[in-house]
Design a protein around this ligand. Structure first.
Ligand code: NAD
Length: 478
């Protein structure tokens, strides 16, 4: 299948004629080709978005909310397609693609439809004047997304961006373009006005960078790796584009000696290995208090080894394949480095799988002990099914270890004393902390990180704020 760009309401071939193969992570088989779009394609997409912006921006919120609901309906009618395409494209288990990716993609459009309906300006009275704050569209947005949660993250940006009256050009990851294409089909089917949502496929150095640097782009919402985020910021900041950066993470799961062991084991395994550890929020360093360390470790390893690795299309599969051969090599290099840094591999290796998966990107979930808390493997983002375990004695030591990375995205604390959990959560320098749970998301709350994990917040009213310009009109009384 050869994918096409979606520009001004039409599916179009990219101008350059260069293609990139899209491979199925589980088998290594090529199942689609994505065009490597270049500057001319980006130019026409931005032009289409600009031409559509004024009329779209003038629609009432309630009208734009109706469009978001129509898109949600369209996605919902293709729920199973989303799950199977996402599973095939990313290598993740079908059950996860259904419960997380398909579910959230629909929910994002529904949630923002409602949020926009309820969104109002504010009025601030002074003794001699009244201030009217309104939220205007920013203009044309560039929405750039990674491969780990393709439609989940794209819909998280498209819905609030167009809901607030902007028009957009999307640039999904070149490794997982299938559900972005499906979203364009849905948008085309529901008849959204031409040019409101456009999409250019391609890689970062071609389509991505020419989109970010385009003179007529007013805002950039980027989710991806920290080093890419820094390149995006270098280009966008001097042009004073509105910028949101959701970047990498190295998150701690802190297990206290008073935790409920059964639910903690399940929660920490889920947090460490969901989507083969390829979620920015994954708890890839597990800090365990010394009194429960031995029991935790024994039961944690048992639980990790009980996970079923294999065919992503099998409903019973817990873990699928890594996104690419390059990414697998990166993860393998970190495991080698862990050994050099004094770590002991407690479980890991390679799964035994049927012949048809022999060219896929497979590795078993890996648990490492004995690493220093300052080691590279314990502080750098590996973004794979690799977890390091560390022992601590008291709460202040746990906080110190949790804070000794350059990242600051998320974390979790596992305890039966919620007050103690809150105290630790409040001391961790991250944008989000969960207590006795993980990836439990209310779409109204802020999402984002500090330090190398990014700048800005999206989610709920923070998305509505980012995708709009708050403007004040002050009227002096007679
Ligand atoms: P990546 O940075 O390699 O790519 C992300 C996107 O940016 C892709 O669409 C890519 O084509 C594009 N891109 C690459 N170079 C570019 C450039 N110079 N200009 C513009 N666009 C460019 O990231 P990835 O490997 O796709 O995703 C994994 C990373 O994403 C991990 O670090 C993970 O933690 C992070 N992530 C963060 C969040 C979050 O919300 N904080 C969510 C998911 C993933």
């Amino acid at each position: 299948m050869d994918l096409m760009n979606y520009i001004g309401g039409k599916f179009e071939r990219a101008t350059g004629g260069e293609w990139l193969e899209v491979k199925e992570p589980a088998t290594g088989d090529v199942f689609a080709r994505v065009p490597l779009s270049g500057t001319p394609d980006v130019d026409s997409a931005v032009r289409a978005a600009r031409n559509a912006q004024a009329a779209w921006g003038q629609l009432a919120h309630s009208k734009r909310a109706e469009w978001l609901d129509l898109i949600a309906d369209g996605l919902e009618s293709r729920y199973d397609d989303i799950a199977s395409l996402e599973s095939r494209d990313t290598g993740k288990p079908i059950s996860l693609a259904r419960a997380v990716d398909a579910q959230r993609s629909v929910a994002n459009f529904r949630f923002f439809a409602e949020a926009i309906r309820e969104h109002e300006g504010e009025v601030f009275e002074m003794t001699d004047a009244t201030n009217f704050v309104s939220y205007r569209p920013v203009g044309v947005g560039a929405l750039i997304t990674p491969w780990n949660l393709p439609l989940y993250l794209l819909s998280w940006k498209v819905a609030p961006a167009i809901g607030m009256g902007n028009t957009v050009v999307c640039k999904p990851s070149e490794m997982t373009p299938m559900t972005a294409n499906l979203l364009m089909e849905v948008i085309d089917d529901v008849g959204l006005p031409d040019g409101v949502v456009n999409l250019v496929h391609g890689d970062g150095s071609g389509a991505g960078s020419s989109l970010v640097s385009h003179d007529d782009i007013d805002l950039v919402s980027f989710t991806g790796g920290t080093s890419t985020g820094s390149k995006v910021a270098e280009v966008a900041a001097p042009q004073f584009k509105k910028l949101s950066l959701e970047l990498g993470g190295k998150n701690s799961s802190i297990v206290l000696d008073d935790c409920d062991m059964d639910s903690t084991i399940k929660g920490v395994v889920r947090s460490g290995f969901m989507n083969q550890g390829q979620v920015c929020l994954c708890g890839s360093r597990v800090l365990v208090q010394e009194g429960v360390y031995d029991e935790f470790l024994r039961r944690f390893i048992e639980e990790v080894e009980s996970m079923r690795i294999g065919d992503p299309s099998d409903e019973k599969t817990d873990l699928g394949a890594l996104i690419s051969a390059d990414h697998l090599r990166k993860v393998e290099r970190y495991i080698e480095l862990a050994k050099e840094e004094g770590g002991t591999i407690l479980t890991g290796g390679y799964p035994h799988l049927p012949e048809k998966f022999s060219n896929g990107n497979w590795i078993a979930p890996t648990v490492i002990s004995g690493l220093g808390v300052d080691s590279r493997c314990s502080t750098e983002e590996i973004f794979g099914p690799v977890v390091s375990i560390h022992r601590f004695s008291d709460d202040s030591e746990a906080i110190e270890i949790a804070n000794n990375t350059r990242y600051g995205l998320a974390g979790s604390v596992w305890t039966s004393d919620v007050g103690r959990g809150r105290m630790i959560a409040d001391s961790i320098h991250t944008g989000m902390v969960w207590i006795n749970t993980w990836l439990h998301r209310d779409l109204r709350v802020p999402f984002g990180g500090v330090g190398d994990s990014g700048v800005g917040r999206e989610g709920g009213k923070w998305s509505l704020g980012f995708f709009s310009e708050a403007t004040n009109v002050c009227v002096k009384h007679d």
